[in-house]
Design a protein around this ligand. Structure first.
Ligand SMILES: [Zn+2]
Length: 90
């Protein structure tokens, strides 16, 4: 389902549509983050916790795909620790 999506946001875990990439300070596009998360080189919500963002993304994912929020949350809880923003080893 999400396997054929080329770009997912390395912050919120949601697929990034072509025109929804975040922006770097120099005005170029960020290939890693969506515009909701990252604008002009800064996170829009620098203090948000991973758990809070999982909840929010699960709602989007559930609306978008029709799976339950519970299922979406389980998937995202596995995905998030691998994302660049939340990966401790980064
Ligand atoms: Zn994002």
């Amino acid at each position: 389902m999400w396997g054929n999506i080329e770009s997912i946001c390395q912050s919120c875990g949601l697929p990034i549509e072509d025109d929804k990439f975040g922006s770097n300070p120099d005005g170029t596009f960020s290939e890693d983050y969506c515009i909701k998360c990252y604008e002009d080189g800064e996170f829009n919500e620098p203090t948000i916790q991973m758990e809070d963002l999982i909840e929010r993304s699960a709602r989007y994912m559930s609306d978008d795909t029709g799976i339950s929020e519970e299922d979406a949350k389980r998937k995202l809880e596995k995905l998030f620790p691998t994302l660049r923003r939340w990966n401790d080893s980064w």
